[in-house]
Design a protein around this ligand. Sequence first.
Ligand code: SDX
Length: 428
Amino acid sequence: MSDKATLQYKDKTIELDAIIGSEGEIGLDITSLRAKTGMITLDPGYGNTGSCTSEISFINGEKGILRHRGYAIEELAAKSSFMETAFLVLYGHLPSEKELSEFIAEINSESTLHYGMKSHFEGFPDNAPPMAVLSSMLNILTCYNTDLLTTATEGPAFTAPTAKIISKVRAIAAWAYRTSIGKPFMPPRPDLSYTGNFLHMMFSETFNLYEPLPEVERALDLFFILHADHEQNCSTSTVRMVGSSHASLFSAVSAGVGALWGPLHGGANCEVIKMLTRIHDEGISPRDFVEKAKDKNSPEKLMGFGHRVYKSFDPRAKILKGQVDVVLKALKIEDPLLDIAYELEEMARSEDYFIERNLYPNVDFYSGILLRAIGIPVDMFTVLFAIGRMPGWISNWREMHVQSLRISRPRQIYTGETLRDYVEMANR
Ligand code: SDX
């Protein structure tokens, strides 16, 4: 559906189409603005700018709603699996039993890595940041799949790179972790579930296979579901930006990993645990920390709080908060960081500073406590976020090519020096 808007500036007046989305969102289409007026819009951080129309996910930040292809995240969390949700995010419908088993079979068939990649892993120092390893190795997959560097959106030319990336990202992540602790790669077990196979590759030993508690495997699978997609966030927009030049899907998701790594984005799940650990180990009172987080002169932020879109509870945070309890009880663990997290949340939600700015816990606030309970090292947290987000990145890359969008090339307003003559060194 569309409507019309009128824009007037001095003696110029133009009509703009108002695109109305299926949930009633309104976007003013300015694709012809510069051609008709010579003017552009300016929106650093893109808080008011839509880069595309999309059918994949919908967020209503005011109401704390997240849906994938129309299905509420709460329903998918309660009833779906990561593989089923990945299929839904990629192809737009819940799979039939046959579709799902074929999807899983293709992913299982890609569980291992080309032997040649071993030498690349051995080149990393032991303390190499896993996100740097992940981003590099995803791009190195390009070298072993030169026949798949297309912008195909259908058939094996799309399903093959998709299966390779969704499957091999686990092996790369597990190998990065095991290399960092001086252990050899653990070959995958395709007989296990997607998530079970990942935990096996992470924690099994040759004569002592890791058998996760059902609650642990379910919790991690749920973690992946909750991270599967999230509209045009920083890393997804990066994947679209890189893909818009017709770079390969491998390169696009490799760039997405780089964007996700930042502490303001996916890296926040590590920062939350570091923050809670510091509060615990240094005996900082949660009250004092909240005061620092409010203080503009303090570098402290309440990590895991706030969101560009959610101006009420991030529904994923609510679900993860509940899941943490389940896993800690199943593992018979008491984590003092959880009590601190509860206290911080309770305080923040009664503080005017946080209420006025609509700062609520986001997906990263409780996810770290869950991963820590499972035994995932902190520097691997964002890697697991990337594993979960792969279907969303790939689906956005695909949607962009299905829509045949132009290369992304934003404009700017120049505010630098106007024309001036070169000055010889002797006269400077
Ligand atoms: C993810 O976009 C997505 O969908 C991302 C994600 C996904 O699934 O892909 O949901 C995943 O990235 C979640 C966000 C994880 N990041 C963090 O938890 C880091 C801490 N949060 C902030 O850095 C911040 O809230 C952002 C980055 C999440 C949002 O930044 P915005 O939208 O640019 O908001 P802002 O920084 O302009 O903040 C508005 C106000 C400011 O105060 P004033 O200048 O108005 O006085 O709120 C304050 C900020 O100082 N503020 C915080 C705060 N977050 C915002 N103050 C203290 N602690 C915080 N965490």
